[in-house]
Unconditional design. Structure first.
Ligand code: FAD
Length: 369
């Protein structure tokens, strides 16, 4: 660490109280910055992240622009009341519209190649079909969309088609938002780890000892939040994903869900398949903020690709990675003020592509209320 007293010039220009500092440069944090700066163009807004680029989930996810499969909603019914589930679907649906309008479909590689939940177990399928009506009603109530879920068959599997679901390129999404924020005049500090937050005073103490003051703070650190605010109940959940090398005549070019959303796969362009999930196989080990590959899960997904998806012999993984999600006990995200000067938005529970911008916009308003 470099120890040096402040120069006159540093004190005047650099060492100033910001109007708003946001911790976390993922989709949520950068969306707070975006909408706040648009509403308050003359104010100084800074986003801080510990990574060289954002290294949470926003650049490491699977790029599903989705609002839930039928078995995912069925699992949610067991832990949350109906009105909260409908509210979350509304936020996801609206969030996707907002994301597309704000960034532009072409800039984020948005497309709708056809979406399905596929089944291998007859009993689970029958149970899911029994829930079609309620799920369609929820989508109608939340988003005004009709008959979103319909029984069908896909690639020889019993399936439920999902209208309006799409996919995007998370890297392009984050790059576009970053460029828009730079144009608006948002400042960024990369590789800057926050060690401590004094939320009442709106003061941040950085790992390098520097203290930053702001009029207001917003904390958007998702799965890493409990490290900074120990009373916040968000559990990390590591997700594993791989993308294959091009596969000739790949038949899985849409977006797919399996087993309550625990497995997901999609065409990733150029005849490549992206496959991820299966965290449920080793849930305790995967409750971690450490990046890395769990060989048990990786081998299981390889078998799933061979035995269930029947990828042609000789297919290969091109690249694999992990990312960390943040789960609240009910999967509903946290959006609240934790002091007069500080707002917290975190715990997007694996749904942040859809929720991140919407929650960021709501947080940009909450922080000034
Ligand atoms: C493998 C995987 C697949 C997923 N697939 C999908 C999907 O297909 N569709 C979907 O909707 N969602 C998906 N998600 C979830 C989605 O990516 C997240 O919900 C969303 O990106 C969360 O965004 P965020 O900005 O809130 O958090 P993050 O993107 O995690 O950002 C938090 C940021 O805070 C920074 N930070 C943390 N602590 C500190 C600190 N002390 N000091 C400074 N900076 C700090 C981190 O570096 C990070 O950049 C997936 C997630 C994973 C991991």
């Amino acid at each position: 660490m470099i120890h040096a007293e402040r120069s006159f010039w540093e004190s005047e220009l650099y060492d100033r109280t910001y109007d708003l500092i946001i911790v976390g440069a993922g989709l949520t944090g950068q969306s707070i910055a975006h909408f706040y700066k648009k509403a308050h163009p003359d104010e100084r807004v800074m986003v801080i992240d510990r990574g060289f680029f954002p290294i949470g989930a926003s650049t490491r996810n699977a790029g599903f622009a989705c609002f839930g499969s039928v078995t995912e909603h069925m699992a949610d019914m067991k832990i949350e009341e109906e009105s909260r589930i409908i509210e979350r679907i509304r936020r996801r649906f609206n969030g996707l519209q907002l994301l597309r309008e704000t960034l532009g479909d072409e800039n984020i590689g948005y497309r709708e190649p056809g979406a399905y939940e596929v089944f291998t177990d007859k009993k689970v399928y029958t149970e899911a079909l029994e829930h079609l009506d309620i799920c369609n009603r929820w989508l109608n109530e939340a988003a005004g969309a009709d008959q979103v879920y319909q029984a069908t068959e896909h690639n020889g599997f019993p399936a439920i088609s999902i209208e309006h679901e799409g996919c995007l390129h998370p890297g392009k999404m984050m790059r576009t938002l970053y460029e828009k924020n730079l144009k608006l005049g948002v400042e960024f500090r990369w590789q800057t780890q926050v060690k401590k937050i004094e939320e009442t005073q709106a003061v941040l103490i950085l790992e390098n000892g520097i203290e930053l003051k702001a009029e207001r703070l917003a904390i958007a650190t998702n799965s890493f939040t409990s490290k900074l605010l120990s009373s916040v109940d968000i559990k990390p959940g590591r997700g594993f994903v791989f993308v294959t090398k091009p596969i000739k005549d790949l038949k899985w070019n849409g977006t797919y869900h399996y087993d309550a959303g625990y497995y997901y796969f999609r065409g990733a362009g150029e005849d490549r398949l992206l496959l991820g999930g299966a965290r449920s196989l080793d849930i305790d080990v995967e409750t971690t903020t450490d990046f890395g590959t769990n060989e048990k899960i990786k081998n299981h997904l390889i078998s799933f690709a061979d035995d269930v998806l029947k990828l042609p012999k000789g297919w290969e993984i091109e690249i694999e990675w992990s990312g960390i999600m943040g789960f609240t006990p009910t999967k509903s995200p946290i959006l609240k003020r934790i002091s007069d000067k500080t707002a917290l938005v975190a715990g997007l529970s694996g749904m942040g592509v859809a929720l991140g911008m919407q929650l960021g916009k709501e947080a940009s308003e909450l922080v000034v209320e």
